[in-house]
Write a protein that binds this ligand. Structure first.
Ligand code: AMP
Length: 215
């Protein structure tokens, strides 16, 4: 049983590591970004509200996030533990969630903070492309499709997601600096913070996280 929070700047590889951690420890991977994207796709009222913020690289307001996550982690499939990827994003969300945990007599086990410099992340993210049809990821310099704009696998259109364009990415970093990075201090004070060097190769980062979390 583990309850883990994964922190880190945009593009640090949280999503990739989260999938592997959840699989290894047999806990549920909860990504608030994925939940919002699914709602946007389905055109739900929550999705319609969230999209306005997401497309600009801004955070969805706290009041739309806290109850959503607290309801989700109360479900049966979270009994074995969970990994929160992309939540909390503000000190308000973190302290609201702490209240929820306290009320239920439970606690987090660890807050893994994947650290990578913005200078490395910015070009990585701005160069990101994805197939509109099958979702295969590309990168303009490190992994371009054979023919510009065309997916190698399915022939679909390779495009840049609205939240990966330069202006939005810069906004997301600013939002991270201003609103999310104070969480590092917040969790340091509670003794839960486990910093990890995220500039290393993916497998090494994963190995270091597992060493930290234990068996
Ligand atoms: P992500 O995939 O985690 O980068 O999330 C994509 C977008 O969803 C973010 O840029 C925010 O607009 C929104 N989002 C995801 N998680 C949260 C959260 N905990 N609080 C506020 N907004 C969030």
């Amino acid at each position: 049983m583990k309850r883990i929070v994964l922190l880190g700047p945009p593009g640090a590889g949280k999503g990739t590591q989260a999938v592997r951690i959840a699989e290894k420890y047999e806990i549920l991977h909860i990504s608030t970004g994925d939940i919002f994207r699914a709602n946007v796709k389905e055109g739900t009222p929550l999705g319609k509200k969230a999209k306005e913020y997401m497309d600009k690289g801004l955070l969805v307001p706290d009041e739309l996030v806290c109850d959503l996550v607290e309801d989700r982690v109360s479900k049966d499939d979270c009994k074995n533990g969970y990994l929160l990827d992309g939540f909390p994003r503000t000190v308000f969300q973190a302290s609201h969630f702490d209240e929820y945990l306290k009320k239920n007599g439970i606690a987090l086990d660890s807050v893994v903070d994947i650290e990578v410099d913005e200078d490395i992340l910015l070009p990585r993210m701005i160069g990101r492309r994805v197939c509109r049809n099958c979702g295969k990821p590309y990168h303009v310099t490190t992994m371009p499709p054979k023919q510009e704009g065309v997916c190698d696998v399915c022939g679909g259109e390779v495009y840049q997601r609205a939240d990966d364009c330069e202006e939005t990415v810069k906004n997301r970093f600013k939002v991270y600096q201003d609103q999310t990075s104070p969480l590092i201090e917040y969790y340091k004070e509670s003794g839960l913070l486990a910093p990890i060097d995220g500039s290393k190769p993916m497998d090494e980062v994963f190995g270091n996280i597992c060493a930290l979390l234990g068996e």
